[in-house]
Design a protein around this ligand. Sequence first.
Ligand code: NAP
Ligand code: ZN
Length: 352
Amino acid sequence: MYNAKAYSAASATSSLASTTIPRRDPNEHDVQIEILFCGICHSDLHSVRNEWSEFMPTVYPIVPGHEIVGRVTAVGSAVTGFKPGDLAAVGCMVDSDGTCPKCKGGLEQFCQNVTLTFNSEDKHLGGVTYGGYSDGVTVDERFVLRVPTKLDLAGTAPLLCAGITTYSPMRHWGVAKGKKVGVVGLGGLGHMGVKFAHAFEAHVVVFTTSPGKQEDALRLGADEVVVSRNLDEMQKHAGTFDFILDTVSADHDINAYLQLLGPDGNLTLVGAPAKPLGVAAFNLIMGRRSLSGSMIGGIAETQEMLDFCGEHNITANVEVIPIQMVNEAYERLLKSDVKYRFAIDMASLKSE
Ligand code: NAP
Ligand code: ZN
């Protein structure tokens, strides 16, 4: 066991502050990683503030972070895919049972025994797992991803959650040339959704509450932008979408978007507001529309997404910050004021 530097929150109302945490020495299947960058996902904020207490109550202290990119410092004797000096990445999961039908089907994220990167039971050290707001982590090789070498590292970190969370449902629902696709909310997830839908050659429409993001949306790959508070603009698109990806983190009216779906259209929620959302039955039964959800993606699909990003030169647009600015970053996240993902430069932990 060794001590790593980290930032943690002591309670739902505490700021994040400097601390040290235990990490395990690599066992035979483990990869030890020096963390270089970690993205800030809105899920980190939901968890730190215990906003999902009903579904995943937070255990304190919490060290969030599941968009991890770093360099391998040591490997166990049985590790075959990584060696010291390699780039490596870790997303939202660090383990699963590996034997259930979901794991065998490449859907580890739905395994009943999945271990999330933070706030899950730590089978090795006891207590809960600690996430990527830290200078190091040790992870089973099966959950370590290869990073395409050409990509900017800070912009690659968010691919591990924002990237796969938007890539996976678009692949599942057949986003492709000739399809009309909506992306609701232009934040960390939303801006990746726009990049992928554009790369898949769909016609992409962004729905934003922030008029100031319109120009950016077009630059990111949108074909059209709708300021969602403008009801006339919304109405012009009624009944026309094949697929809509909703990335909104707060309470909002999804009926306004269900009405925009064409026959057999699907709206997939990836945003995870704390409170239940109301659905008018007629918005589903008219046109045989469907409403579904999606959670990250499996390990093989995450690697596929990273490789796709390497081939198409896709990374997140990041604002790189020192870890000492993390509390300010959370306040800005709540105001939808990030373009479009914060990435923490872990070198800033050295001064703690
Ligand atoms: P984010 O960067 O804060 O983006 C959320 C965006 O939603 C904002 O930029 C804003 O876009 C829009 N928005 C915020 N408040 C709104 C409101 N009251 N009404 C309408 N729109 C609003 O967050 P993120 O990191 O992308 O995460 C988004 C959500 O996805 C979070 O709930 C997060 O927990 C969840 N998530 C789910 C998964 C999964 O596996 N399903 C994975 C990661 C994250 P505009 O300014 O353009 O309106
Ligand atoms: Zn996330």
